[in-house]
Design a protein around this ligand. Structure first.
Ligand SMILES: Cc1ncc(C[n+]2csc(CCOP(=O)(O)OP(=O)(O)O)c2C)c(N)n1
Length: 292
């Protein structure tokens, strides 16, 4: 049976299994951060690891063995600096080999660049990295689907800091004007930017009200609670409905590693061998604490 025939609500995974996959994703990210010599955007990778897991192992209607299927859901990583988290989530779903990522990540001519490139890496839908461009691209893809009467959805993941870009709000207005119920944006609301906490630079609040004022269907959840992520995906309006949906995911930058959590020093960085051990131990401790 093609995996493409799976539907939300018929997931082969339980919530517990999805949580275990998110733990594995974080662990793999930390290992990469410990072996790659350059900086990895580890803070925003860890904050969005549960979202990526919920999407690639549950929400997205995609098949790694049939990446060109016109009926597949599309995913646009608007916060392109989280590319390595997407690569590893996709590898865990069967798109690529994790070893291939570890061996070549960030090297000249590698398909696994710091920001995603759709030409280099089949299965990646959009080349991104310059913040503020992913949602406009996703709007165009959703309009194209509508124009062709195709029922798939277009998903997009943005950083909250990224939504300080004006192009995001032009896209938000266009999405509602064109009645794009087939468009779903996830926002990683970790309340941190690159070098500062979000509200110190930009007044985002009342954040959900801003999306609602642009006519979007707004859902706010704990972005580290797998059951809430699954429920949000299950509750999406039909793709032929009139309003785009934004799922605002309240998250913690650096989630799972105590010395990285809410720490401005860990937007991006690398781990030495000793720090890698410390980070992996912290991740394990965090899992044990949350399972009590
Ligand atoms: C147009 C543009 N300006 C600046 C940057 C550099 N940059 C990379 S990540 C980042 C912070 C983004 O914050 P947020 O969207 O909240 O991402 P997260 O905290 O989830 O990593 C910035 C300014 C960029 N990639 N693109």
């Amino acid at each position: 049976m093609s995996q493409l025939t799976l539907r939300r609500g018929e997931s082969p995974h339980t919530v517990k299994e999805l949580e275990d996959l998110a733990f594995e994703l974080r662990s793999k990210l930390l290992h990469l951060c410990g072996t790659y010599e350059g900086a990895v955007h580890i803070g925003g990778d860890l904050s969005s690891a549960d979202i990526f897991t919920a999407l690639y192992h549950y929400g997205l209607h995609v098949d790694p063995a049939d990446i060109g299927n016109p009926g597949r859901d599309r995913f646009v990583l608007s916060k392109g600096h989280a590319a390595v988290c997407m690569y590893i989530a996709m590898a865990m779903r069967g798109f690529f080999s994790y070893e291939g990522i570890v061996e070549t990540y960030g090297q000249l001519d590698s398909a696994y660049g710091m920001h995603p490139c759709k030409v280099q890496l089949p299965g990646v839908e959009c080349s991104t990295g310059s913040l503020g461009h992913g949602l406009p691209l996703a709007v165009g893809m959703a309009m194209s689907a509508r124009g062709r009467s195709e029922p798939h959805r277009v998903f997009c993941l943005l950083g909250d800091g990224e939504t300080g870009e004006g192009s995001v709000w032009e896209a938000a207005m266009a999405a509602r004007s064109n009645k794009l119920g087939n468009l779903v944006a996830f926002v990683d609301r970790n309340r941190q930017l690159m070098t500062s906490f979000a509200e110190e630079r930009v007044v985002f609040e009342p954040y959900p009200d801003k999306w609602a004022a642009f006519g979007w269907n707004v859902v706010t959840i704990d972005g580290h609670n797998m059951a809430e992520l699954v429920d949000a995906l299950d509750a999406l309006p039909a793709s032929d409905s009139n309003r785009p949906t934004v799922v605002i995911c309240e998250t913690v930058k650096g989630k799972g590693v105590d010395f990285m959590e809410r720490n401005l020093a860990w937007h991006a960085g690398s781990l030495g061998a000793a720090d890698l051990d410390r980070a992996l131990a912290a991740l394990e401790a965090s899992r044990e604490k949350e399972s009590v």
